[in-house]
Design a protein around this ligand. Structure first.
Ligand code: SAH
Length: 223
């Protein structure tokens, strides 16, 4: 949970960012509240901190980027979260989306393959007083079986197919968002699972064009 009254000087900027997203079409009030309460400046490198509350993608090191807040808000809105979920995130990156998720659900399990990013995200989450997050350094295309099944899975990087372990770790009735495609030609896809393991039907719904960094791993693309 993000503590209220963060006591920093960025509160006005956060409120304005949430208003920008509302004006751009984000309707989910819980998502807007999460944006208004999550200190994005703690999740971006010092050099771009002055741009933390712009609705823009920013570099976070290791050749990765933190997505545009509008894109992340759309993404979170599509998961239709109720607050009770256990969620798996693949691609912690800066940890900002992790923090937004943490404000929206019960528990977040996040996997990041780049050690430096996983460690920086861990520090930023601690500084932001976000407690309901566990981070694993490793290949997220394998999921995180120890805490499965997950009510929702968010994949923050794009690959050619849905990694089979992620489908296995999705709870019956669960929802997964994943950019699918080759290179930068990706489609954000909603994967829904009905029924129990083995007999469950899996439905894919395309939600629109996407452009995420590559999902690198055993069930993704080569490094
Ligand atoms: N949503 C993030 C941005 C993520 S960028 C934010 O708010 O900052 C995508 C991240 O996915 C990168 O950090 C990249 O290192 C990571 N990634 C790519 N393939 C991965 C894999 N197989 N397992 C875990 N993380 C992966």
């Amino acid at each position: 949970m993000v503590s209220r009254g963060l006591g920093d000087s960025f509160g006005g900027y956060r409120t304005r960012l949430a208003e920008t997203l509302r004006a751009a079409g984000i309707r989910d009030l819980a998502v807007l509240r999460a944006v208004a309460e999550t200190p994005r400046h703690l999740f971006v490198p010092e050099a771009v901190r002055h741009r933390a509350y712009e609705d823009a993608a920013l570099p976070i090191g290791a050749g990765q980027t933190i997505s545009r807040p509008f894109t992340q808000a759309r993404y979170l809105e599509a998961l239709r979260l109720t607050g009770r979920e256990r969620v798996l995130e693949v691609g912690t990156g800066s940890g900002y989306q992790t923090a937004l998720l943490a404000a929206l659900v019960a528990q977040v399990f996040s996997v990041e393959r780049v050690r430096a990013l996983a460690e920086a995200a861990q520090r930023a989450l601690r500084a932001a007083a976000v407690a309901n997050v566990s981070i694993l350094m490793g290949d997220g295309t394998l999921g995180w079986s120890a805490y499965a099944p997950y009510d929702a899975i968010v994949v923050a990087a794009g690959g050619p197919e849905v990694p089979p372990p992620l489908v296995e770790q999705l709870a019956p009735g669960g929802r997964m968002l994943i950019p699918l495609g080759h290179g930068t030609d990706q489609t954000l896809t909603l994967v829904e699972r009905s029924g129990a393991a083995g007999q469950g039907e899996v439905r894919h719904t395309p939600l629109g064009d996407a452009r995420f960094v590559p999902l690198v791993g055993e069930h993704g693309v080569d490094a």
